[in-house]
Design a protein around this ligand. Structure first.
Ligand code: SDX
Length: 428
């Protein structure tokens, strides 16, 4: 293969280097494009063909439905690792030894208390506030209570910011949920595992002991692993670009939470459950919703279907679908919503509109069914996505900062009014 790409503009040929990644993907390096061509830029709304960075964290192949974190397949990690181990792997690049993992967890526990004044911010929200808005605000507020975690350069300061957010974020998640239900804000128990503690903070009732349910612990641990990173998706790109201005880790994560909130992105897991419940209320008429999804005049989309990169099964969706059956079976729950989801999937996989556009179930299609079985409120589903994605956001932010990448500032093609003279108001 040649090692350059040639662009010819008005008879002028310019050569641009080709860069090959470790998985044989190839990029045209256009860093010098504008200077070499006297001002030409590329245009690619939604960045469907544009790489924003080189990264060594997550590899995915959308055509083959492959997903690996630091070279390990998502299938192996979901089956053999636990969430904190995967968080360490994503952030620091290697699976931890037992000693490394124990120290990491201890450092996180030391940082898992949130300043009591944060509760005053939480109190100011109406009960009806969406938990993603609450979480994004409280995460940004962490900056005010941890000013040393803002513009960190040294690896030691970066590490302290990492264990701080991994310690405090689950508390904010639990508080966002308990605020809506009017439950007292709980701190859990530092003697518990990371995921056990999250469940206790979320669900412990003030008048009874919280008894761990291994089915729920294992299900949540697996779901968090499956959501932990996904290369340069919308919210991760947001974290990287906010972090590139040196705005600090908490502010960058807060921005990522806001990006994830959208129903086209992480908010889809909530939208899927609402769609499935609407279909159930409608007598299970999946055909009507399939028709709506295909009707260009109708803004309705089949939520949980389609993906910017996966043009094959999302490997996470496959794992979650199996887990949904297992968890509901283990809990002895018969949920008609699961059968509606499976029916919808079968219809879509055999429908020309979806087949032609390579629209398959994505990570959000089945995850809400497990959250619902765990008695997590529907508007908390995307918060659970953020909880899982936290290590990925941290890892991507850290990689960007350690590599001292430049501030993100895309160009544009201006198509507005050309120069014109001001007209005073009495002449308009
Ligand atoms: C996540 O990027 C990531 O990695 C994200 C994520 C992660 O882990 O971070 O994987 C998590 O966000 C998963 C996606 C969750 N979103 C949804 O489930 C919402 C429903 N899906 C769509 O809105 C859509 O599929 C997107 C947003 C996910 C992807 O959209 P693209 O890549 O911009 O594709 P597109 O909108 O250009 O669609 C191509 C065609 C269009 O039809 P035509 O114009 O060709 O006729 O497919 C159609 C679309 O109308 N289409 C759908 C559809 N998704 C795409 N039609 C009906 N239902 C759908 N769900």
């Amino acid at each position: 293969m040649a090692n350059t790409a040639t662009i010819e503009i008005n008879g002028q040929k310019q050569e641009f280097p080709l860069i090959e990644g470790t998985e044989k993907e190839v990029a045209i390096d256009i860093k010098a494009l504008r200077a070499a061509t006297g001002g030409f830029i590329t245009l690619d709304p939604g960045y469907k063909n544009t790489g924003s960075c080189e990264s060594g964290i997550t590899f995915l192949d959308g055509e083959k439905g492959i997903l690996r974190y630091r070279g390990y397949t998502i299938e192996e990690l979901a089956e053999k690792a636990d969430f904190l181990e995967v968080a360490f792997l994503l952030i620091f690049g290697e699976l931890p030894t037992k000693e490394q993992l124990d120290k990491f967890h201890e450092d996180i526990k030391k940082n898992s208390i949130v300043d009591e004044d944060v509760k005053k911010i939480l109190d100011a929200f109406p009960k009806a506030a969406h938990p993603m808005g609450v979480l994004s605000s409280l995460t940004s507020a962490l900056t005010a209570f941890n000013p040393s975690s803002v513009d960190v350069d040294s690896e030691e300061d970066m590490y302290n910011s990492v264990v701080r957010i991994l310690g405090k974020f689950p508390v904010l998640v639990a508080w966002a949920m308990r605020k809506k239900s009017g439950m007292p804000l709980d701190y859990g128990d530092k003697n518990l595992g990371y995921v056990e503690n999250i469940l206790k903070m979320m669900f412990k009732k003030p008048n009874e002991e919280y008894v761990q349910n291994k089915i729920l612990v294992d299900a949540l641990d697996k779901l968090l692993i499956l959501h932990a990173d996904h290369e340069q998706n919308c919210s991760t790109s947001t974290v990287r670009i906010v972090g590139s201005s040196h705005a600090g880790l908490f502010a960058s994560i807060s921005a990522g939470i806001s990006a994830l909130w959208g129903p086209l992105h992480g908010g889809a897991n909530q939208a899927v459950l609402e769609m499935l419940e609407a279909i159930k209320e409608d007598g299970g008429d999946t055909k009507k919703y399939m028709a709506k999804a295909k009707d260009k005049a109708d803004p309705f989309r089949l939520m949980g279907f389609g993906h910017r990169v996966y043009k094959n099964f999302d490997p996470r969706a496959k794992i979650i679908k199996v887990a949904a059956d297992e968890v509901l079976g283990d809990l002895g729950i018969e949920d008609p919503i699961l059968n509606i989801a499976k029916g919808l999937e079968q219809e879509a996989l055999n429908d020309d509109y979806f087949v032609k556009r390579k629209l398959y179930p994505n990570v959000d299609f089945y995850s809400g069914i497990i959250y619902r079985a765990m008695e997590i409120p529907t508007d908390m589903f995307t918060v659970m996505f953020a909880l899982g994605r936290l290590p990925g956001w941290i890892a991507q932010w850290r990689e960007m900062r350690l590599r001292k990448e430049p501030i993100g500032r895309p160009r544009q093609l201006y198509t507005g009014a050309t120069k014109r003279a001001f007209v005073s108001i009495n002449k308009r």
